[in-house]
Design a protein around this ligand. Structure first.
Ligand SMILES: NC(=O)c1ccc[n+]([C@@H]2O[C@H](COP(=O)([O-])OP(=O)(O)OC[C@H]3O[C@@H](n4cnc5c(N)ncnc54)[C@H](O)[C@@H]3O)[C@@H](O)[C@H]2O)c1
Ligand SMILES: [Zn+2]
Length: 380
C-alpha cells in the first residue's frame, strides 16, 4: 500500500456525496501529484493536458511526479488562450486521448489555467461517456475559482461556455509556487476573484486582504504563507457554496457578483487582451456596489472602500479606466440582456447589503440599470 501523503499542504474537502474530493493547497505540492493519484486510482494511466506557456514551466514537474509514482503518462499541449476552448481543439484533444488508449479507469490531468481546466474537464466529461480528471490549476484565477466546482465548457459562436457539462474532478492539486511564473497582470486579474469571496460572504476576509494583499503578491516563504492562506479561504468558501448548490439552482449564483456588468464589458471589448476577465469583474464588482448604494442598500462609503482597495492593488475600477472609446449604453444593455434572462423588463442581479453580504435580487428594472450606466459610461 502507498503511504498516505502528508506535508505542509492544506487540504480543503469538497463534500458532494459520491462526487466528493479534496483540494490540496501548498507550495511544492505538485511533487505529490503522482502519489496522490496512485492512492486514489491504483494502476491508472494519466493523460496530461496543458498549454504551451504552462508546459514550459510546469510539465516536467508534473510528468516526473507521476513517473516517480509509476503512473504512465501521455500528453497534449495546446495553444495558450481562450481560442483553445473551441470545437476544433476539443476534437483534437478527444482523438489524442483515444489514440493514447486512455480507458475508463484512467484519468485526465488538466495542468493550466481556467482555459485548460475547462477544456480538459469537458473532454473528460465526454470521452468514453466520462473519465475521471484531476485539476492542477496554475493561475490564481484557476486556484481560487475555476478548478473547483465542476463547471467545464468550451465556447460557441453564440457565447462563452455554452457547450459544457457539470463534471467534478476527483482531486485538485493547487501548487502556489507555480504562480511565481504567472505574468503579473494575470496574477492581479486572478486576485479580483479572490476579493470576490470577501465581498460576497466574508467581511473579515476582505479586511484581511486590505491588510495583507502585498504578501499574497510576493513569493511565499516559510515566513510568509499569506498566498496559501488566501487560496485556502477562497476554496473553502467555494466548496461550501458548491456543496449546498452544485448545479446553481440558487445560492451558487452569488459567485457571479460583479459578473453581469463584468461579462458585458468583456464582451463589448470582444474578450480581448484589452480587458482580462478579472479586470472586468473588478470593475463589475465596483459597479455592483455603486448600484447597490444607488438603490439605498448600502452606504456610498462602502462602495468607496471597495473601489479604493481594487485601485490600490492596481486593478481598474471604472469603465473609463479601460482606455479607448467606451461602449455605448445600449450596446452594454443588449449584452446584459443576452447574458441574463429578462422577464417583463426585470433583471436578476447580485447586489450587496454590506461588504460580506451579497444577495440575489430578481426585481431590478431595466430602466434603473440604463440610468445607472448612463452615468457610468458618460465620457469624462
Ligand atoms: N469553470 C469555471 O468555474 C470557471 C470559472 C471562472 C473562469 N473560468 C474560465 O477560465 C478561463 C480563464 O482562466 P485563466 O484566467 O486562468 O486564463 P488562462 O488559462 O488563459 O491563463 C492565462 C494565461 O496565463 C498563462 N499561464 C497559466 N499559468 C501560468 C503559469 N503558472 N506561469 C506562466 N504562465 C501561465 C496561460 O498560458 C495564459 O496565457 C476562461 O475561459 C473562463 O471562462 C471557468
Ligand atoms: Zn469570474
Amino acid at each position: 500500500m502507498t503511504a498516505p501523503v502528508r506535508g505542509d499542504a492544506v487540504v480543503v474537502p469538497v463534500s458532494l456525496g459520491p462526487r466528493s474530493y479534496d483540494i490540496v493547497i501548498g507550495r511544492g505540492v505538485i511533487a505529490t501529484l503522482g502519489a496522490r493519484i496512485a492512492e486514489l486510482r491504483p494502476a491508472a494511466k494519466a493523460f496530461i493536458v496543458s498549454d504551451k506557456n504552462v508546459a514550459a514551466h510546469a510539465m516536467a514537474a508534473a510528468r516526473s511526479a507521476l513517473t516517480r509514482a509509476n503512473v504512465a503518462t501521455s500528453e497534449m499541449v495546446v495553444a495558450p488562450g481562450e481560442s483553445s476552448k473551441s470545437y476544433p481543439v476539443l476534437q483534437q484533444l478527444c482523438e489524442a486521448i483515444l489514440d493514447a488508449q486512455i480507458e475508463r479507469g484512467d484519468l485526465i490531468v488538466a495542468l493550466g489555467g481556467g482555459v485548460i481546466g475547462d477544456l480538459a474537464g469537458f473532454a473528460a466529461a465526454v470521452v468514453r461517456r466520462g473519465l475521471d480528471y484531476v485539476q492542477v490549476p496554475t493561475t490564481l484565477l484557476a486556484q481560487v475559482d475555476s478548478s473547483v466546482g465542476g463547471k467545464t465548457a468550451i465556447d460557441s459562436r453564440h457565447g462563452k461556455n455554452l457547450i459544457g457539462a457539470f463534471h467534478q474532478p476527483i482531486l485538485v492539486v493547487a501548487d502556489t509556487a507555480l504562480l511565481d511564473t504567472l505574468p503579473e497582470r494575470e496574477f492581479r486579474a486572478g486576485y479580483a476573484e479572490l476579493v470576490k469571496y470577501g465581498l460576497l460572504g466574508d467581511a473579515r476576509f476582505f479586511s484581511w486582504l486590505e491588510a495583507h494583499w502585498r504578501d499574497i503578491f510576493g513569493a511565499s516563504s516559510p515566513h510568509n504563507s499569506a498566498r496559501e492562506h488566501a487560496v485556502a479561504v477562497a476554496c473553502r468558501a467555494k466548496a461550501a457554496i458548491v456543496g449546498r448548490d452544485e448545479r446553481e439552482t440558487g445560492e451558487r449564483a452569488l459567485l457571479n457578483l460583479g459578473h453581469t456588468f463584468g461579462h458585458a464589458l468583456e464582451a463589448a471589448y470582444g474578450f480581448s487582451d484589452r480587458l482580462l476577465h478579472g479586470e472586468a469583474i473588478a470593475i463589475g464588482m465596483v459597479l455592483a456596489f455603486e448600484f447597490s448604494a444607488r438603490r439605498g442598500l448600502i452606504a456610498a462609503a462602502e462602495a468607496e472602500r471597495v473601489k479604493r482597495h481594487f485601485g490600490e492593488v492596481g486593478l481598474p475600477t471604472s469603465p473609463s479606466a479601460i482606455g479607448g472609446p467606451l461602449p455605448g449604453v445600449e450596446r452594454v444593455m443588449e449584452l446584459i440582456g443576452q447574458d441574463k434572462k429578462v422577464k417583463r423588463g426585470m433583471l436578476t442581479f447580485i447586489l450587496v447589503r454590506a461588504i460580506g453580504s451579497a444577495v440575489i435580487e430578481t426585481g431590478v428594472q431595466e430602466r434603473e440599470v440604463r440610468e445607472f450606466l448612463n452615468e457610468k459610461l458618460a465620457r469624462r
